[in-house]
Design a binder for this molecule. Sequence first.
Ligand code: HEC
Ligand code: HEC
Length: 361
Amino acid sequence: MKNYWVHTLFILCLLSCSKDSIVDSNPTIKDYVPTPLPLKTPTILQQKLITPVIPFTNPQTIEGVSLGKKLFYDPILSGNNKMSCATCHSPASAFANNTVFSVGIDGIEGSRNAMPLFNLAWNFDERFNWDGSELSLERQALTPVSNPLEMHAIWDDVIIKLQQNQDYSKLFNRAFGDNTIITKELTAKAIAQFERTLISANSKFDKYLLDEARLTPQELNGFNVFMDEERGDCFHCHGDNNNPLWTDNIFHNNGLDENFNDLGLGGVNGDPIDYGKFKTPSIRNLAYSAPYMHDGRFKTLEEVINHYSEGLKRSATIDPLMKKVDEGGAGLSDNDKTDLKAFLLTLSDYEFINNPEFNIK
Ligand code: HEC
Ligand code: HEC
């Protein structure tokens, strides 16, 4: 009797196993599912136990990221088929560009400096752009395509171009499942997946923290200036060795102007308390991303440091961390200025800008 049951179980198992394998070998019966691709979180980010923000409605997959990368570099998304996201966000410039204001397809300049793109999955409060006007990467990716000052296309036309392109029909099916209908939302989802893979955490300073590189005395003094509340006092907003993002990802007025041409966050929410506040940019990859500030007003790091040292301007919303405003700032010595610059440059990540996974060359 016991044998009988063992035998029956065995047959049942065989039947169910073979049934599975028939289904598996026939993709038309079982729905195709793209391959999950966890973010490659580097040690330095893992050590600080920071979990990336990935919406459950747009999980990372190999096929999604690869489609997103193709779209990011493809001028098909623009009105005249000549401009891609990468025109303004180029890998050599840490996915920004080196012009003050970018010029769109109609030859008209925008009024803000293109932002570098990296570690975007760790932007916890999910407010993007200098003024926080976009609330997710999925939403942000929709706007440059239709913005008249940028790629100036009509989304419906872009979708038709993508649908008529055989490669894209296949790639959207691979990324989002069989018989996918291409939409702007799916296009943006794929781009956002690619953007989340742009991770930078391999600078000299990262290696120093991992005991894999040494800093020069000059760079170490620069770090002390950065951390010293009486001198640079930069770390409250731009992070420190315990914040590998090197930004607080929130909005401040760092004393650039007495009166604002651009209201920044205050222009988005209409609150005078936020006039002239902009998102703190990360100080990673500064070697590649000049010019600096939301309007690209400073060409060099010397100019940036001089601003904080003696160029501060008072206004109603200036951050309390901007001290000695009436003297223009802390008044750093020439040595401290040079050393601070040397430290800032240790956060530039050569491997990031040359990573072939992020590039199409
Ligand atoms: C003509 C130049 C230009 C093009 C083309 C362009 N961008 Fe941008 N990008 C900018 C500028 C300028 C900003 C800052 C916008 C602002 O603050 O209003 C920006 C900001 C961003 C940000 C916000 C980053 C952050 O840290 O908050 C993301 C993400 C981004 N762009 C992705 C894209 C994608 C994706 C595309 C293609 C679909 C694209 N951009 C096309 C110039 C451009
Ligand atoms: C109160 C917060 C705060 C403090 C303190 C602060 N910053 Fe900033 N920093 C910002 C904000 C906000 C911006 C962007 C401002 C804008 O564009 O309008 C910025 C911009 C920058 C930029 C330009 C980066 C880019 O990609 O354009 C650099 C470099 C910089 N800061 C370095 C420093 C240094 C060095 C110190 C210390 C001497 C410092 N910051 C202190 C908030 C701060």
